[in-house]
Design a protein around this ligand. Structure first.
Ligand code: SF4
Length: 468
């Protein structure tokens, strides 16, 4: 190897082993400056570990189930599926997300129902997102079969996996109507066989083709199913879901689908039910994504039936470990190869050498919470995250956004609170035509109606179907 080649090689190793790429570092710093000061707290993830979560919009607005409520505007079902439109729009939205938010961020391939795309178009969309530096997750109602999943995962030319890993979020709850094989869902437990089947398909995919997966469970919460949350968690926590996300229903989207008095549900009450289902104390104060009025997240897991938390928010030693973790690890991508991860972690440790010393006692405390060595050896601990994401009502988002667009701070306390939440939003959607990201609340409450009217003209149902 010549001296020149050696230099190039060393430079490449130095760049690849940085904890985070420079573009992400810049994006994280910018994000930290952008979010309101009130949420720049020591537990804040935004701007330190992640720049946010992203979602696509207007790329396949249709859905073949009916939910009450549904966050999509009434015209979304008048837009036909068009694979070329989908891939083109996904590409342009994700390119902008990459420019603004930096590489390696989680992005949801969301519509509409993603499996109305044929497996080829779905695969092309995922690959497009990966090419734009995103970590894609397909958002689905889960009403599809193994044949579809296999076609999505495998290259039709070679029959070999085209993805080594897939992330899916399955939306299952009794507010959804039209699922195959079940005309009327009377209670949440009626859906358990469908939840199980969803997880089983991915297990089969791994056994037969070696394609691993990350599965999330989404559930809209209404006064009609709030008390069934503990039962859903208990019945489903061993099925294979690694994340349970609960969305309190909000008055947003199609008014014809608003059926209950959603405002009567309080977030604290929903969180109590989630905790009841987990069967142990959740610690949402340890890590915060964006504004606490929007999100609660509890990292932890189960060893058998025993729930454990990753960080104990009341234990000052854990709080210090969390702080050291955030300042050392930064935006490191934990999904890179093992060898590269070790190199990145070593360099991260140099940023905060005290993290290494604190990690040993922390791991001892964590293993005690998991039930001790014997229990850990007998029953492998599994990480499970609980999330509550509370979208806002369109009635408050619209005036909040209109005022923000004029650079005004509302004098109405409720609208001002919405403005603060929008400024600290962790779930954004890219608008390449304007060169900016907008909060998903704004997308669904303000922009979707007009966007879908325009799409219905561009892609009328009467046109040639193209889902591949
Ligand atoms: S989408 Fe809405 S509810 Fe969610 S984080 Fe953003 S502002 Fe908050």
């Amino acid at each position: 190897m010549t001296l020149g080649n050696l230099r190039i090689r060393l430079r490449s190793i130095e760049q690849r082993s940085r904890p985070e790429p420079p573009e992400l570092k810049t994006a994280l710093e910018r994000r930290w400056r952008e979010i309101p000061e009130a949420i720049r707290t020591p537990n804040q993830f935004l701007g330190r570990r992640v720049t946010g979560c992203e979602g696509t919009h207007g790329v396949f607005p249709r859905c073949n189930l009916a939910c009450t409520p549904c966050y999509h505007s009434k015209d979304s079902n008048r837009v036909r599926i068009d694979a070329e439109h989908t891939v083109r729009e996904v590409d342009s939205q994700m390119q902008l997300a990459n420019e603004i938010r930096g590489p390696g961020q989680a992005a949801q391939l969301i519509g509409g129902e993603v499996t109305l795309l044929g497996p080829e178009a779905h695969a092309r969309s995922l690959q497009t997102m990966i090419n734009q530096g995103r970590k894609p997750m397909s958002m689905t109602h889960g009403d599809f079969n193994y044949e579809y999943l296999e076609k999505l995962a495998l290259d039709p030319a070679t029959g070999k996996p085209r993805f080594s890993h897939l992330s899916f979020a399955g939306h299952f709850d009794m507010t959804m109507h039209g699922r195959k094989g079940i005309r009327k869902v009377k209670k949440e437990s009626d859906l358990n066989p469908y939840r199980k089947n969803f997880c089983e398909m991915f297990k089969t995919l791994e056994i037969e083709h070696g394609v691993t997966s990350f599965l999330a469970h989404n559930m809209t919460v209404t006064p009609g199913n709030i008390d069934q949350i503990p039962g859903v968690i208990r019945a489903c926590r061993s099925m294979g879901f690694r994340l349970f996300s609960f969305q309190p229903a909000a008055f947003v989207g199609s008014e014809a689908r608003w059926k209950e008095k959603y405002g009567e549900m309080k977030d604290d009450l929903i969180w109590e039910r989630i905790q009841e289902g987990a069967g142990g104390q959740l610690h949402p104060g340890a890590i915060q994504w964006g504004d606490p009025r929007c999100n609660r997240t509890a990292y932890g897991g189960f060893t058998g039936e025993r729930y454990w938390t990753l960080f104990d928010e009341k234990d000052q030693r854990d709080v210090r470990m969390r702080d050291l973790f955030l300042s050392s690890v930064g935006g490191i991508d934990f999904t890179v190869s093992r060898r590269l991860l070790v190199a990145k972690l070593l360099r991260a440790a140099l940023r905060e050498p005290r993290a290494l010393a604190a990690a040993v006692p922390f791991l001892l405390r964590l293993s005690a919470r998991m039930g001790g060595l014997v229990r850990i050896l007998r029953s492998r601990p599994v990480a499970v995250t609980f999330v509550m994401h509370s979208f806002m009502d369109a009635a408050v988002v619209r005036p909040a956004w209109e005022a923000m667009e004029k650079g005004q701070v509302s004098e109405d306390s409720e609208v001002r609170a919405a403005q603060e939440r929008l400024q600290g939003c962790m779930y954004g959607m890219a608008h390449p035509e304007e060169g900016r990201m907008v909060p998903a609340c704004v997308q669904h409450s303000v922009l979707d109606p007009e966007e879908n009217v325009a799409l219905a003209r561009l892609l009328p149902l009467a046109g040639p179907a193209s889902d591949a």
